[in-house]
Design a protein around this ligand. Structure first.
Ligand code: NDP
Length: 281
């Protein structure tokens, strides 16, 4: 029987220091679905991003993921922006639709989907978010679109925090405010507390400098850090009685959304989660 040796390619444009667990997750998904697809790590320097996009078009990639520092710059090289990308101002997933490159952002959608799968409805919720970087922007926008009533942003850099609060107030129905992060930050009363800073990402064993006694048993606490999955932040939140969710669920959900955008098929989520957990061991 004739065999199809021509694989369909998807990849991730990362920076030279990038260590990306999504490769194992997407490759496991393609294999489980019997798709002759490959997911490649492509180390792209910032100054070469335009050329990398030309290569992507020339080699007819089905799409691409983008990691820091390419998520904003990449917008210059695509043909179309999805609604969430117009709001967030950054993309992590590009789909090649017959030669037209369409930019999406699955980070915030993955976050919301991860909570939804655990029975958490964001409608009317009061959220406190630590951080105002790329992940926080995506999460803030999608939580607002999913019906959150209020988002309080706590961040070190006032300009990033104020910009995100203004974006949410101007472009969504959600009320947003900013509190500068000075010393150990108090957590205002809320339903959901999110760490969307990079504090706690391997090899950093620390946790965000907040007053953990402010966390209570009626709160849901979510970390975006996928590695390690059980961060010190989550462990300290559990000591206060809070229900906690780790960054792996968000990573799998955003990956599953990307998989569907590229292949048109529902993703084998349990296989993807298993592959990620194995990577983290
Ligand atoms: P950015 O560099 O854009 O933002 C980093 C944020 O962390 C900023 O708000 C920064 O504050 C804050 N920060 C960094 N160090 C400290 C510190 N010591 N104390 C207080 N705040 C600090 O990164 P991203 O937003 O793109 O990524 C953040 C994290 O999210 C990463 O660890 C990444 O792995 C994770 N992530 C997880 C995903 C998942 O699916 N689970 C998806 C995407 C990202 P300031 O503005 O003051 O510098």
């Amino acid at each position: 029987m004739a065999k199809n040796y021509r694989a369909q390619l998807v990849g991730v444009f990362g920076c030279p220091v990038d260590e990306n667990p999504t490769i194992a997750m997407q490759e496991a998904a393609f294999q489980a679905a019997g798709l002759n697809w490959r997911y490649l790590t492509l180390l792209v320097k910032p100054e070469d991003l335009g050329d990398a996009f030309k290569g992507l078009r020339a080699m007819n990639f089905a799409g691409i993921n983008l990691t820091v520092p390419h998520k904003v710059e990449a917008l210059k090289y695509v043909d179309e922006l999805s609604e969430e990308v117009k709001l967030i101002g950054a993309t992590n997933t590009v789909v090649n639709r017959g030669g037209r490159l369409v930019a999406y952002n699955t980070d915030g959608k993955g976050f919301v989907e991860g909570l939804r799968q655990r029975g958490v409805d964001l409608t009317g919720k009061r959220i406190v978010m630590l951080g105002a970087g790329g992940a926080a922007r995506a999460i803030g926008v999608e939580c607002a679109l999913a019906g959150a009533a209020e988002i309080v942003i706590i961040n070190r850099s006032a300009s990033r925090g104020e910009t995100l609060a203004s974006l949410l107030n101007e472009k969504t129905e959600c009320r947003a405010s900013f509190i500068p992060w000075e010393g150990s930050a108090h957590i205002p009363p809320c339903d959901i507390l999110i760490n969307s800073t990079s504090v706690g990402l391997y090899p950093d064993p620390s946790c965000p400098d907040v007053v953990y006694e402010d966390i209570g048993p009626d709160m849901i606490v979510q970390d975006v850090i996928p590695n390690p999955a059980d961060t010190l932040f989550l462990r300290r939140a559990r000591q206060q009685g809070a229900q906690t969710f780790d960054g792996l669920s968000m990573l799998v959900c955003q990956g599953a959304i990307g998989y569907k955008l590229w292949t048109g098929q529902d993703a084998p989520v349990p296989v993807m989660l298993q592959a990620l957990e194995k990577e983290n061991q």
